[in-house]
Design a protein around this ligand. Structure first.
Ligand SMILES: [Zn+2]
Length: 385
């Protein structure tokens, strides 16, 4: 949900070195026992050449995905369809299966090289029986499964993890999980609360299991319990969801839900009266899906957060008379005085972070900024009529 802010040099350089070293060790493995793995033809088929294979491990996805001399984008598409198939449930509407078939056919006509990875002759389009549909269409991916098994074995993610996990996370300096922005992940020396999350699930996208672009620091809850092997459309490495939704709240009370009323009734409002909510700022169904997969609403709806909101309202009310008096007395405020007032009502979060919206290393930074902004907007409306 929060964009992963990459560190500065020289950490960035040191991160690259980790991936380059792993790539070198893969080459050594190929030189030593390449035939045992019988993987070279598969790598060349997918990547086109070894230079692209190196980029796949060490570079960003957008730098390699559309190169014409390889099948990497086709590989990605096949993985997406395969993942969709494995995630299908008997409760899914039949239209979902019809849609899957039509999308895959459309894609193959756009990207005919997909046929080099799957056998679309096996596509089975009787959609009424879910089990039948899923079982028969798995055949489309038989060869693909075989390639993936070889890749998984050769790339050996467990070995990568043993060698680089702690070093990498120290270099990334990511203090709070970018998926939930809730759980600190560098709170002790061995990073025991931190995981490496595969943005493209490694169970299907085996070729990407040690790629730099695919590894995201995350908390264990997000990685294991909530995201798991699901696919998200926004890679935190490239994009956050900050602009796409807002934390919001309402109060169980008979009065109209306005900031002015919250402040006026601040002494009556208790934490159990607070209802935390999430407001979507666009129609993108993937944003909603992602927030619900990560269970953001229920994970944030804690006694602590409701208590914080109550305290926030009481603090804002206790300083309100000061700024209201200033405004009522008709004092002409200079910008720096207005800024001072806005600072006073932001005990939650510093103005600088609030403005830059760089929340990655601030626990619940996005939550605090959104609650803050409801009050800021109200007060700015009074100060700058
Ligand atoms: Zn998390």
């Amino acid at each position: 949900m929060i964009k992963l802010e990459l560190p500065q040099q020289p950490q960035l350089k040191a991160i690259d070195v980790c991936f380059e070293n792993y790539y070198k060790s893969l080459l050594e493995k190929l030189a030593k026992d390449g035939n045992t793995h019988r993987i070279i033809p598969e790598i060349l088929k997918l990547c086109g050449n070894m230079a692209n294979f190196k980029l796949l491990i060490t570079d960003e996805w957008f730098n390699i995905k559309n190169k014409p001399d390889n099948l990497l984008f086709e590989y990605y598409l096949v993985c997406r369809f395969y993942l969709d198939l494995t995630k299908m449930r008997s409760s899914d509407d039949e239209r979902y299966r019809i849609n899957w078939i039509s999308k895959i056919l459309k894609c193959i006509s756009h990207y005919p090289k997909m046929n080099e990875l799957i056998d679309s002759d096996f596509l089975y389009d009787i959609t009424s029986d879910y089990y039948d549909f899923q079982m028969k269409n798995k055949k489309v991916f038989n060869n693909f499964d075989e390639i993936n098994n070889k890749l998984r074995d050769f790339l050996n993610y467990d070995n990568f993890r043993d060698r680089f996990r702690v070093t990498l996370w120290r270099l990334y300096g990511c203090e709070v999980c970018p998926y939930c922005n809730l759980i600190p992940i560098t709170n002790n020396e061995d990073f025991s609360t931190a995981d490496i999350e595969h943005f493209y699930p490694k169970s299907i996208f085996s070729l990407f299991c040690v790629s730099k672009f695919n590894l995201v620091p995350s908390c264990k809850d997000c990685n294991r319990q909530f995201k798991g092997s699901k696919y998200f459309h926004y890679n935190p490495r490239y994009e956050g969801l900050d602009e796409y939704f807002k934390f919001d709240f309402s109060v169980n009370a008979s009065f109209e839900q306005t900031i002015d009323n919250y402040l006026s009734h601040s002494s009556e409002i208790k934490e159990n009266d607070i209802n935390l909510a999430i407001k979507l700022c666009n129609e993108d169904k993937y944003v909603e899906e992602r927030l619900s997969t990560l269970k953001i609403n229920s994970r944030y709806d804690s006694v602590q957060n409701r208590t914080d909101i109550c305290k926030f309202i009481k603090d804002a009310e206790s300083s309100r008379y000061l700024w209201l008096k200033t405004i009522e007395n008709g004092v002409i405020l200079e910008d720096k005085d207005k800024e001072k007032i806005l600072n006073q009502i932001s005990p939650f979060l510093s103005r600088e972070i609030y403005r830059s919206r760089k929340f990655m290393n601030i626990e619940k930074g996005k939550f605090k900024a959104d609650i803050n902004s409801m009050f800021q907007d109200y007060i700015e409306g009074l100060l700058y009529p």
